[in-house]
Ligand binder design. Structure first.
Ligand code: CTP
Length: 394
């Protein structure tokens, strides 16, 4: 989930520093790159070796690392997608509120412009001290997310507020900020991609120019938004979600039928061949000087078949590629196929659609309302299509 994301974790001198070791492991398990910056006092509570072994990165401690041309605190700010400071002591919180830069952690914070999450941890009296209360308010007003400490047994032997928040809460708070809105969580979405291959003989086939890019962009985007994605594709691709490779329309139909049974929806982005060869030859067909006639018979219309068996809670979305009278044909097609939405694109435009990285589409619903998606790259188009059809849940 967090591949490609860098989480910078700032650790200050507080007893709960040891708990952050587990948080580092949680981020590593999700494939995040974890960088750790510590105040000198933090190393009284947790060792540099432990932090380096868990994060698999050098721990940043020194303010002036002369081995690097770029000042360390600036290098860290450039790289990190989010800065988590946990546990944050009363002393560090005060410095952060005032803009003091007396160590690498505080200097990094001062130079950092992206998202910051702070999880304080201290004795109850320190937490309730008017200076700390004001410092926390100052940081909150600047848009910094404070994960309030818990009430409970404290390391100083008292009971009260000040204990570091549960590490799962800390982890989830940061994670949710790094990954897009999970509005498709809990929904199984089956998506088809690519052009089907209808064999003529052992070496030849009937195909089409579909690259599968739109279907794969939809699958990637649905996955990023939390969907349980099944991609049924004629284009081989390796993903973190389930991919079923198929060739012919018949193969695709069998896979779709099986996967759709317990799915929330189906998106038919594949270019399915309408016809297949009636008697395909197992051997390579040899030329014999005579014209060759291939008899073609119709393939199942997957979109139409699935639309006719779906239950009332399931959604079926079709695509249609037209070279003329785009909206008119698309509207006819949604009625003919019985699906819930159709995404129509004009294949006469060479800069969009087939094989291109771009698309311009119209989404049409059952009431024939039309929504235009202007020319954009296929990932953005996928965001817009899914947002429009499923609602972003915001
Ligand atoms: N489709 C399908 N099964 C087929 C043919 C098409 O499921 N045998 C789906 C496509 O995946 C797409 C939609 O139907 O979502 C429309 O495809 P398109 O090729 O535009 O429509 P056709 O039904 O083939 O109509 P025509 O070629 O006559 O325009």
């Amino acid at each position: 989930m967090l591949t490609g994301k860098t989480v910078l974790i700032g650790i200050t001198g507080a007893i709960a520093a040891y708990k952050i070791c587990e948080v580092i492991r949680m981020f590593k398990k999700e494939n995040a790159n974890v960088k750790v910056v510590v105040t000198p006092n933090a190393l009284n509570f947790v060792t540099k070796t432990t932090l380096e072994a868990l994060s698999q990165n050098p721990v940043a401690i020194e303010q002036f690392n002369i081995q690097e041309y770029k000042p360390e605190h600036i290098a860290l700010t450039d790289e990190a997608d989010i800065f988590l400071i946990a546990p944050a002591s009363a002393n560090t919180i005060a410095k952060l509120a005032l803009g003091i830069c007396d160590n690498l952690l505080t200097s990094t914070f001062c130079a950092y412009k992206k998202q910051v999450v702070i999880a304080p941890c201290m004795n109850t009296n320190m937490w309730e001290n008017p200076a700390t209360v004001k410092n926390i308010q100052t940081l909150k007003k600047r848009g910094i997310d404070i994960i309030e400490p818990e009430t409970g047994f404290l390391a100083c032997g008292t009971n009260g507020k000040g204990r570091l928040a549960d590490i799962n809460v800390i982890y989830e708070t940061v994670k949710i900020k790094l990954i897009p809105n999970q509005y498709l969580k809990g929904k199984k979405i089956v998506i088809t991609a690519g052009g089907t291959v209808e064999e003529i003989d052992s070496v030849r086939y009937i195909g089409n120019y579909s690259s599968g890019k739109m279907g794969i962009a939809l699958a990637d985007t649905a996955y990023r938004h939390g969907a349980d994605v099944v991609l049924i594709s004629t284009v081989e691709t390796q993903k973190n979600y389930k991919v079923i490779n198929v060739k012919s329309a018949e193969d695709m139909y069998s896979a779709v039928k099986k996967e759709f049974e317990n799915a929330h929806s189906l998106i038919m982005a594949a270019a399915v061949s309408d016809y297949k060869v009636k008697n395909k030859s197992l051997q390579k067909i040899k030329k014999d000087g005579n014209p060759l006639t291939l008899e073609l018979i119709e393939n199942p219309d997957i979109l139409k078949e699935i639309s006719s068996i779906k239950n009332k809670n399931q959604i079926v979305i079709g695509f249609c590629a037209e070279s003329q009278n785009l909206l008119e044909n698309a509207k006819e097609k949604i009625i003919k196929k019985g699906c819930d939405f159709i995404c129509a694109n004009d294949i006469s435009k060479k800069d969009i659609g087939f094989s291109s990285n771009y698309n311009e589409l119209y989404i049409i619903d059952k009431e024939l309302n039309t929504y235009h998606i202007e020319k954009t790259d296929k990932l953005n188009a996928a965001e817009e299509i899914l947002g429009k059809i499923y609602g972003t849940g915001k």
